[in-house]
Design a protein around this ligand. Structure first.
Ligand code: PLP
Length: 431
């Protein structure tokens, strides 16, 4: 045993991690075993849910076949969409490689269900940065605003809870879609539990049962045993290069929801009259299925990594959101590092632990869709996949870094140790 332990530490030493960092990490980890056990319990449930859905939909070898051209009668695509509907307990789902990313999936859900003169109401405050241009909060070519869809927003209360009275006041006869963002994205608010999302959905439906509720589910899938679709969301929307793709899907997005909303989305994605009947899958289906199968376990690794990071940096006196012992609602961990030097050191540590592009040195730079410079650390097999270990930080006060993903826990652990070592080396922390 001692020899094994010694050789693992020698392996860490090869990565430039000193004994103090390792000893500190060991202490932190030994205190997290109960927390980790809770994640395993959730993962058991979700793994069974996915297997049951695949069995009920009779997933089989021919489900993985590739189609080309129009992609008519794509059996595998149709079965996959049934599997997603079964996992999310919805009437229907649209899951396609033609949906290029999460922002595209969200735009598709919104644009296809809002008409000129309708209003979109966000009840979770300012939406994710890239949606500002989708909606037209920031002027942008092709925004919903250009097509005559107006936008209203109810900010969260100071304690990050929903402002129910504000929501009641904001709803008007033109309100058609109500948007809720489960994960905090690049904000320092909390993320919402599915239960909290359910409460606000019930409230909204009491005001007007015809309101369509869309939940931006990015980063939330499989963190809990229920999804927003289980508590009344009409559309639950996300990216396949995040949680539900399990690290294997090379592209894609999904919308799970009511038959009506999904039909609208399909006709917008392809063309009126063609709808969901076209859309060749070009051989990516196997990775969609296999990724979905692995997703609960990948999310488990990411959650363990997130809590490990929270505990490490909380003990060193940094603000972390969520706190290490708080309930998890998504896989994002933010650590408020208080200076751009610290943010850069942290991100370079994460990068240097990657299996891919470990030699690249990340620097802050402008990013399309974001209004400040952003530093991004990621050495991923799928370009930009944030279900793989990655860290991003907009270079602005309070210098919070957002850490997410990790296909395996040992990899996330290595990344955090490298980040910690870098911070120790520049004198930002002492152990
Ligand atoms: C990542 C994310 C998006 C956008 O997804 P992309 O795939 O980056 O376009 C939208 N909302 C939230 C909350 C996200 O985390």
């Amino acid at each position: 045993m001692e020899n094994d332990a010694k050789s693992t530490n020698e392996m860490y030493a090869q990565f430039g991690i000193d004994e103090k960092v390792i000893a500190f990490a060991d202490t932190v980890l030994s205190d997290l075993s109960d927390r980790f056990h809770d994640f395993d319990t959730t993962t058991d449930h979700n793994q069974l849910k996915v297997i049951k859905a695949m069995q009920d939909c009779r997933v089989q070898e021919s489900s993985f076949s590739a189609t080309t051209g129009y992609g008519y009668n794509d059996f595998g695509r149709e079965t996959l969409e049934k599997v997603y509907a079964a996992v999310f307990h919805t009437e229907d789902a649209l899951v396609r490689p033609q949906i290029t990313c999460g922002t595209h999936a969200l735009h598709l859900a919104l644009a296809s269900n809002l008409h000129p003169g309708d209003e979109l109401l966000s009840v979770s405050g300012k939406p994710y940065d890239t949606l500002e241009e989708v909606i037209g909060i920031r002027k942008s070519r092709g925004s919903l605003r250009e097509y005559g869809v107006t936008y209203a927003q109810t900010d969260l209360l100071p304690d990050s809870s929903f402002d129910f009275e504000g929501i009641r006041r904001a709803v008007n006869p033109r309100t058609k879609v109500v948007a809720i963002q489960r994960s905090k994205g690049y904000q320092t608010r909390r993320s919402f539990s599915v239960e909290e999302i359910g409460e606000v959905i019930s409230f909204v439906k009491q005001i007007d049962p015809n309101l369509i509720v869309m939940v931006d589910n990015c980063y939330g899938e499989f963190v809990e045993t229920i999804e927003p679709s289980d508590v009344g969301a009409d559309m639950t929307v996300g990216s396949l290069i995040k949680n539900p793709g399990g690290g294997l899907a090379p592209i894609g997005g999904y919308i799970a929801g009511t038959r009506e909303c999904i039909e609208n989305a399909a006709c917008y994605l392809t063309s009126p009259g063609l709808g969901r009947e076209v859309g060749a899958t070009l051989g990516v289906l196997r990775s969609f299925y296999q990724g979905l199968f692995l997703a609960p376990n990948v999310v488990n690794a990411a959650l363990k990594g997130a809590v490990f990071a929270a505990e490490v940096f909380e003990r060193l006196g940094f603000d972390v959101i969520p706190k290490a012992d708080e309930k998890r609602c998504d896989i994002i961990q933010s650590v408020v590092l208080r200076s751009s030097e610290n943010v850069i050191a942290f991100c370079r540590g994460i990068q240097s632990a990657s299996p891919v592009d470990s030699f690249v040195v990340p620097n802050p730079s402008p990013m399309p869709g974001y209004d400040s410079d952003v530093i991004m650390a990621a050495g991923t097999f799928i370009s930009g996949a944030s279900i793989e270990l990655s860290a991003d930080a907009p270079i602005r006060d309070p210098y919070a870094v957002y850490l997410q993903g990790g296909l395996t826990f040992p990899h996330v652990k290595l990344g955090i140790l490298k980040a910690l070592q870098n911070l120790k080396d520049i004198g930002a922390v002492s152990l």
